[in-house]
Design a protein around this ligand. Structure first.
Ligand SMILES: [Zn+2]
Length: 434
């Protein structure tokens, strides 16, 4: 009886849902987006008077209006004055217990995301909601639980490996269960971290890491493809004795990071010998770096609750240095990407990716460079440049229509009017409420 009631309720909800009505299937006929400014995600200068042709779930043609003929039987939408950019890729999204947040972010233009460390069970509800809404996205990339050492920082999100052999086995299990990346967490010893990197390379998936105790220079030299959090470089930009004092403090208490990383950065010399050694590795290996600046943002007038007064200027100075190092890492060869981190101090619900883009620009990137970080470079870190991340022929038609021009002012990323995933328009007004 109860089951039957739920079944009926389910059908009523689905049938009554405007999503089912508005979610438009991938185009049967070619669709033309006309008279648009096109920012293609590769860093190329915008096409000011452009045309984009979509066939099925793919982009068929992109270019200036004059250069592209209108296919027969095409539907045409005149979007004069609007800008079209690729869908954003958020490479550091924590689903936690809030699957609705992924759909709210979709309404803000995030058409793909990676959760860098979580059990697959946490995505069941989101996948159900996507199926129920007949949604073509967001595209979900998972890493399985992150792989940590003993006394893990986040026990509920991790698997513990006590030695390299266990690390290898945990990594293999994650891959078998569908992980398209693996994440090393900071208590993992070096030999175990190396074992995880080797598993990634054997399966041709990227390996990324949140580091506090291990040295980023050593791990990148050992083959690590990516870094989560600019703070992962903290122990690489201060003298070794200072880095070791920080390591010992964090080994004794994971919470020593809270103030400790701001102290490290506030005192760091970004032109010193330690930083120079880091830059040499960045130039040689060109790792992806996901700074997640928004989660570390600190402002003098609005410190987090419980902050000691003497720490406020240290946090502000430390955060300024984090932005400087982000820019410097990019100039030295790191491939910067965008990770919103779900919930951050100075962004409203679902707006962390927008804040992260703004902070990348505050760090010194041009708006176009920031957009590239969140699109084609991010697709590179997913190993999916043939599918996602730029507006070119043959790729998935994942795109945003913006009222403003983010190549002039990055805050125009907030002017999302329409979102398309795989050739299908998403009813963003529904998801913006979640
Ligand atoms: Zn995180």
């Amino acid at each position: 009886m109860c089951k039957l009631f739920h079944l009926i309720a389910f059908f009523l909800v689905v049938a009554a849902s405007p999503l089912a009505v508005h979610a438009r299937k991938a185009q049967a006929r070619p669709l033309i987006l006309d008279n648009i400014r096109i920012i293609d995600g590769t860093g190329a200068a915008p096409i000011e008077h452009g045309r984009l042709v979509i066939e099925g779930d793919r982009i068929a043609q992109v270019g200036p209006v004059d250069a592209i003929a209108v296919p027969a039987n095409a539907d045409r939408v005149d979007l004069s004055g609007r800008t079209v950019v690729p869908g954003l890729i958020d490479l550091h999204f924590h689903i936690e217990n809030d699957p609705k947040l992924a759909l709210r972010q979709l309404s803000h233009g995030v058409t793909a995301f990676r959760d860098p460390g979580q059990w697959d069970e946490k995505f069941v509800e989101l996948r159900r909601m996507i199926a129920a809404g007949h949604l073509p996205g967001p595209h979900i990339f998972t890493a399985g639980p992150h792989i940590d050492g003993e006394h893990p920082a986040y026990p509920a999100d991790s698997v513990v490996a006590r030695d390299a052999d266990e690390a290898r086995r945990q990594a293999e299990i994650n891959v078998r269960n569908g992980a398209s990346a693996l994440k090393i967490y900071f208590r993992l010893p070096f030999a175990s971290a190396k074992a995880v990197i080797d598993v990634c390379n054997a399966h041709h998936i990227p390996c990324t890491a949140h580091l506090e105790l291990l040295d980023a220079r050593e791990l990148i030299a050992a083959g690590l493809q990516g870094i989560e959090h600019i703070t992962s470089f903290g122990t690489s930009v201060v003298p070794r004795n200072q880095a070791e004092a920080y390591r010992q403090a964090v080994l004794a208490d994971n919470d020593a990071r809270r103030d400790g990383r701001y102290k490290l950065f506030a005192s760091a010399n970004l032109d010193g010998p330690e930083a120079q050694a880091l830059y040499a590795v960045l130039r040689e290996r060109r790792p992806w770096v996901d700074p997640t600046l928004a989660v570390f943002e600190r402002r003098a007038g609005a410190p987090p609750e419980g902050t000691k007064p003497e720490m406020v200027p240290v946090m502000v100075a430390g955060f300024a240095k984090m932005k400087q190092l982000t820019r410097r890492a990019g100039l030295e060869g790191a491939r910067l990407v965008m990770g919103g981190h779900s919930t951050v101090p100075f962004a409203s619900r679902g707006e962390a990716p927008w804040r992260e883009l703004e902070l990348l620009v505050e760090s010194g990137l041009t708006p176009l460079e920031a957009i590239t970080a969140a699109t084609s470079t991010a697709a590179g870190f997913l190993y999916r440049t043939d599918e996602l991340g730029s507006l070119r022929s043959g790729l998935k038609a994942d795109l945003l229509v913006l009222r403003g021009d983010p190549s002039r002012d990055i805050t125009a990323m907030r002017t999302v009017e329409r979102v398309m995933v795989g050739g299908t328009w998403v009813d963003i007004t529904q998801y913006a409420k979640l």
